[in-house]
Each structure stands twice: as structure tokens, then as C-alpha cells.
Design a protein around this ligand. Structure first.
Ligand SMILES: Cc1ncc(COP(=O)(O)O)c(C=O)c1O
Length: 447
């Protein structure tokens, strides 16, 4: 990385930043200027280790030359091809490569432009599927508290992170009911899958009893709730959801935008936990986060049913995006698939995960920490609340940023998700810098 110390832009006023305390940022900006491998450089010229793979999206590291070359080559050959009623070969090739990894027969792949779009697509496909089988009465959706399914109206409605939902309550989708989240008081400092809590899956049975299982289109969950800070499913919980869905003909959607492509130690959370959903979303790591792209994998019978219900020559699903299967996203996706194979990434994650989990839980002795959870290459550290929700998390994040470790904080939870290319020394560096940053935060409170 260059040794130059870049300056900040002339004006910070015009850009309205997403999910950001704009006022705080504009007083004291944090700009990232360069990224290579597991490291970032900020505008003060300081190097930081990336402890959250960006937003869970760059697990193969920054500046991968294979991906850069693939995108460059694609741009020079074909920069854009209309995805409606025509296409280009790459998106078919990528769909085939993806389908080789999806569980069961989730072999029909619809491309979107990110995770939020993938969720909307999955919800719509579930409705279209039931309609194709003359079950148009199934319009209800079941989500879960503390879930994050992106920021569009469908995803916000089935999501359950309070601040994301409550400000928009007036415009949410009708017919949505939420199951309780799966975090119980006895799960504090539990590493991996908790032994207790399987009975929380019965919430779905109760909702089915209340509204009529025959009226419910789909139940959507993240195998591990990621954005809220790694809520790992209790043992048997996802299996039980599958059973209840089967009993009532409800489609089970796994939102694998975070858990997909290796984060749990298996290619997908569905594979890790041995539960096959009917529809699955993915995004983020699909392109190593470099070009926006999402995808929805569906069971073949869902696709077939929707195809069979429309006469030949008509559009079967009135849904799609200008950038569905954008050539450079596809090129990045194909390069990522090559790296997964070449670098044996999924086995690498399996081997590295226990080391990361041990490091993560070694922070348990720090007094300011209220709870730690983790699975695979995912971890959540809850800070003890300070006066109001979110203050401790944000202040602690800023101390860690200054200590040279970068990640995302959600409320009072520090989200830790190292890159899959990390070596043990990088995990050690992340843990050491987290300890320094959190200790500095604690000291600042005493002063
Ligand atoms: C589980 C899940 N679904 C959907 C999304 C939304 O993805 P995007 O931000 O790419 O729209 C996210 C983003 O973090 C996510 O974690």
C-alpha cells in the first residue's frame, strides 16, 4: 500500500451516508483509502486489519488480481447485455457453477443485484409458486424477531431488527407474523449451537394454527442470524422448522446472504445444519463483494410449476432487474468460483474456524463485555449497555478503529467475521487489537 497520506474530500455535506451517524461522521470522518489482502488503510495513513470481511462480503481478501483481471477482460468484451428476453453465456455458466454447490435440487438460479433484491425475489417466487398451484390464498409470510433480510419493503417487513422496522411500520407488507428470536438467557457465552431452545420452532406451528397453515406462503429465516450479532440456531431448531413447513405446505426460505459461501464452515448453512430449504438467497461473497450481485436458488419443482402454469411464449415470472446477471458481476462470480476451488477455501474455513472461535472467546474476561456468541467464521460480542442502547457499541467501535481493527457494530454488538484467507497470525492480530480497543474504551469511560 502507498505511503502517501491522502486528504479528505473538500465537502462531506452532499453524500447522505447509509446506516451511519452522519453528524458524528462529518465531524470526525473515517475514510478508507486502500485495501489489500486482510488490510485496509485509512485517510490518516494508518493500517487496520479487516475483522469483518467488509460487511461479510470480502472473504477472499481485497485486491484479488484474479477477480480484477476477470472483470477487466469482461468489460473489454461485453460491458452490458439486456437480461430480458435475451442474455449472454456467462450468467448461464455461473448459474450452473452455483447449482453444483446448492443443497438438494435447488438448481434453478435467479440473479438479482444484491441481498435485499434476492430476498424480495424469494418472497415473490414463493407467491408465484403457490398461485401456479391454485393456492393463491397463501399470501401470509412468517419472519423472525431480530432477523435482517435487507432494506426493501418485503425484507423490512419479514425482518425483525427493531430500529429498522419501527420507523417504517406504517408502510410494511400486510400478512406478516414473526416468530420469537432464538436467543435465550442461558445462551450467554455459549460457543456453537446452544443445547436449549428447540421449542422456539413451535412458534411456527402456533402461527399456522392461528392463521391457518393453508394461508401461509413462506417462512423465512437466516440459518444464523448475522446482522444482529450471530444468533446461532439451537440444536434441532432448523430441522423442526422444516418439519412444520412440510406439514402445512409452507415454503422454507433460508436467507444465506451472510451464511452462504463458507461462513459457517460448509458452503451453505443449509448444508452445515443438514436442512434443505425450498428457496435460498445468497449475495455478498458471491462476487467477493466487489460487484453487487445476489442470487436466489429454487427447487426444480418450484421453477417447473411456475413454468408449467404459463402458456409458451409468455413471460412466466413478471420480475427482474436491469442489472440481473450484469456481465462484470458474473465475471467476478466466476472468478470467485475458481478461487473457491483453487484455494480449497471451504476446507480452509473448516480448519481455521476453531482457532478463530478460541480467540474470540478468549476475550470473555473483559469486564465491559456482556456476551459472546460464535459459529464458524462468525462472531458477535455484546458490550454492556451504557446509558442508552447503541452508545457502548459505537464508542467501542471507534476505539477499536483507532487501535487498528476495523469491523461493523450493530447496536451494542461488535460483528466479527474474519476473511477466509486469514492466517492464524491475522486472527491473533484481530483478537489482540480488539482487546486493546475494548480496554481503551473501558478506560475512556472511567476518565
Ligand atoms: C441475511 C441478509 N439478507 C439480506 C441482506 C441485504 O443485502 P444487501 O445489503 O446486499 O441488499 C443482508 C445484508 O447484510 C443480510 O445479512
Amino acid at each position: 500500500m502507498s505511503s502517501e497520506k491522502p486528504s479528505i474530500p473538500n465537502s462531506l455535506n452532499e453524500h447522505w451516508m447509509p446506516f451511519t451517524s452522519n453528524k458524528d461522521f462529518k465531524e470526525k470522518p473515517r475514510l478508507i483509502t486502500e485495501a489489500k489482502g486482510v488490510y485496509l488503510k485509512n485517510h490518516q495513513g494508518k493500517t487496520q486489519i479487516d475483522a469483518s470481511s467488509g460487511l461479510f462480503c470480502n472473504p477472499l481478501g481485497h485486491g484479488r488480481i484474479e477477480i480484477i483481471d476477470a472483470i477487466t477482460k469482461q468489460l473489454k468484451t461485453l460491458d452490458y447485455a439486456q437480461p430480458f428476453q435475451q442474455g449472454f453465456g456467462g450468467s448461464f455458466e455461473l448459474a450452473t457453477r452455483i447449482s453444483k454447490h446448492t443443497p438438494g435440487n435447488l438448481n434453478r438460479i435467479f440473479f438479482s443485484t444484491g441481498g435485499s433484491d434476492a430476498v424480495e425475489t424469494a418472497l415473490k417466487i414463493s407467491i408465484a409458486y403457490h398461485k401456479s398451484r391454485d393456492q393463491g390464498q397463501r399470501f401470509r409470510m412468517v419472519g423472525r424477531e431480530r432477523a435482517y433480510h435487507g432494506m426493501h419493503i418485503g425484507g423490512t417487513s419479514v425482518g425483525g431488527m427493531v430500529n429498522n422496522v419501527k420507523g417504517f411500520a406504517s408502510i410494511l407488507m400486510p400478512g406478516v407474523t414473526h416468530m420469537r428470536h432464538t436467543h435465550l438467557p442461558e445462551h450467554k457465552f455459549v460457543s456453537g449451537q446452544p443445547e436449549t431452545g428447540v421449542e422456539l420452532a413451535e412458534d411456527l406451528e402456533r402461527i399456522a394454527a392461528n392463521f391457518g397453515g393453508e394461508n401461509i406462503a413462506a417462512c423465512i429465516v437466516e440459518p444464523i442470524a448475522g446482522s444482529t450479532g450471530t444468533l446461532v440456531p439451537p440444536k434441532g431448531y432448523l430441522q423442526r422448522l422444516r418439519e412444520i413447513c412440510d406439514k402445512h405446505g409452507i415454503l422454507l426460505i433460508f436467507d444465506e446472504v451472510i451464511t452462504g459461501w463458507g461462513r459457517t464452515g460448509s458452503v451453505f448453512g443449509a448444508i452445515e445444519y443438514g436442512v434443505t430449504p425450498d428457496i435460498m438467497t445468497m449475495a455478498k461473497a458471491t462476487t467477493n463483494g466487489i460487484v453487487p450481485m445476489g442470487a436466489v436458488a429454487c427447487k426444480e419443482e418450484i421453477y417447473d410449476s411456475i413454468m408449467d402454469s404459463s402458456p409458451k411464449g409468455t413471460i412466466e415470472l413478471f420480475h427482474g432487474y436491469t442489472y440481473s446477471g450484469l456481465p462484470i458481476a458474473v465475471a467476478a462470480g466466476l472468478a470467485v468460483q475458481d478461487i473457491f476451488e483453487k484455494d480449497d477455501i471451504f476446507n480452509r474455513v473448516k480448519e481455521l474456524a476453531p482457532y478463530f472461535q478460541k480467540g474470540l472467546f478468549s476475550l470473555k474476561d473483559i469486564d465491559a463485555i456482556d456476551n459472546i456468541r460464535g459459529y464458524g467464521m462468525m462472531g458477535g460480542i455484546d458490550m454492556k449497555m451504557d446509558q442508552k442502547p447503541g452508545k457502548a457499541g459505537f464508542t467501542c467501535f471507534k476505539h477499536c478503529y483507532d487501535a487498528g481493527v476495523n469491523f461493523k457494530a450493530t447496536g451494542d454488538c461488535l460483528i466479527i467475521a474474519p476473511m477466509f484467507i486469514s492466517e492464524k497470525k491475522h486472527i491473533d492480530e484481530i483478537i489482540e487489537k480488539l482487546r486493546t480497543g475494548i480496554n481503551n474504551y473501558s478506560k475512556s469511560k472511567k476518565n
